[in-house]
Design a protein around this ligand. Structure first.
Ligand code: UD1
Length: 346
């Protein structure tokens, strides 16, 4: 019988792509999502891609009794992949309690319910934000975590600590935390992709929306950083590659290959690209030059960060495969498809 995976935040950007990869790998998926930043029709799109049925529960992970009901209804759950979280850095500064409640209570509820229903495996969505500005690059998992720049970043650090402490206390618990770098792109079918709520805070959706004409101008936040062209450097990882990392993490758990009950891995490409380089590559692959201007730095931005992926390569046997060109093209095709839908609605 196939293993059943509970995917919280499964209709979101990374959750939806991961659900597709899980189903393609033969796992059964139950999605839990409160739809605060996604749409129920994403579950249908997933089904369209994989041809497999996806159970969908419209539930908020902070609601303990509703989550208890989900665990009871879908018992046994063999593993959880926990994506459900608030993720806008700027908003987290304005509404810290919302972020602490959503991100911390959800995880604590899951851990309690895992014990109650004897589910021992969880993959947690962490972030390279835990490193702050690393002293050496590429950054390895051994690098110290630094004081978070935002309540959002702090929730990722605290969640990792909650998981570590619980692993120390509960030897049955198996955790893999994946520290994502910057996930971008969309599914090659253009049936799922990123659906930013309102004005995008992240670079790629802002670029594609500017190129299509929804936004007048992209603001590039600073060209006076200590980098070759002065703009910030990030490690942009294709969302399908990232999704596949979750499948290999789960396989590792089910095959009892873990070396300790709490493991964490960098999930990036190992290559740093500047904001200006990204804009340039986008123009090459799409044929559209997004209108942009250089503005002052954005508060809380890290100057440069990219991953050392040796541990994920060696231990998980996982490696990013897609080129940044193909990935940016997939993001552009997704925006073109969304534009068609917008035009139909008018
Ligand atoms: C941030 C978080 C990261 C989180 C991610 C998801 C931090 C330090 N980073 O990543 O943990 O997982 O959001 O939401 O908390 N840029 C522009 N113009 C724009 C938008 C962005 O120039 O309109 C630049 C930024 O200055 C940055 C790069 O593009 O250099 C990427 O920005 P963004 O996509 O927002 O991601 P991060 O801030 O790296």
């Amino acid at each position: 019988m196939s293993k059943r995976i509970l995917v919280t935040g499964g209709t979101g950007f990374i959750g939806s792509h991961t659900t597709v990869e899980l189903q393609n790998a033969g796992y059964e998926v139950v999605i839990v999502d409160n739809l605060s930043n996604s749409e129920a029709k994403v579950a249908d799109a997933i089904q369209q891609i994989t041809g497999k049925k996806t159970a969908f529960e419209h539930v908020d992970c902070t609601d303990f009794s509703a989550m208890d009901h989900v665990f009871k209804k879908h018992d046994p759950i063999d593993a959880i992949i926990h994506f459900a979280a608030s993720k806008a850095v700027g908003e987290s500064v304005q509404k810290p309690l919302l972020y602490y409640r959503n991100n911390l209570v959800s995880l604590m509820n899951l851990l309690e319910l895992m014990k109650k229903y004897t589910c021992q495996n969880i993959v947690f969505s962490s972030s390279c934000t835990v490193y702050g500005q690393p002293d050496t690059l590429p950054v390895t998992e051994q690098a110290p975590t630094k004081k978070a720049e935002s309540p959002y970043g702090n929730t990722k650090q605290i969640c990792e600590e909650i998981l570590q402490d619980t692993c120390n206390a509960e030897s049955w618990l198996q955790v893999v935390a994946l520290r994502y770098f910057n996930p971008i792109g969309a599914h090659p079918t253009t049936l799922i992709g990123e659906l930013p709520n309102g004005v995008p805070a992240n670079l790629i959706p802002f670029i594609t929306q500017t190129a299509i004409g929804i936004r007048e101008q992209l603001s590039i936040f600073g060209n006076d950083y200590n980098t070759p062209d002065g703009s910030c450097i990030r490690d942009y990882i294709n969302v399908v590659d990232l999704a596949k990392a979750h499948v290999v993490a789960l396989n590792r758990m089910f095959e009892n290959k873990k070396k300790s009950n709490y493991e964490f891995f960098n999930i990036g490409t190992g290559r740093g690209l500047s904001v200006l380089e990204i804009v340039d590559i986008f123009e090459k692959v799409s044929g559209v030059k997004p209108n942009y201007k250089i503005v002052s730095r954005r508060a809380g931005d890290i100057e440069k960060v990219w991953a050392d992926t040796t541990l994920a390569n060696n231990e998980l046997g996982w490696k990013a495969e897609e080129t940044v060109e193909d990935t940016l093209l997939s993001a552009w095709k997704w925006e073109l498809k969304l534009q068609k839908e917008r035009e139909k609605k008018q």
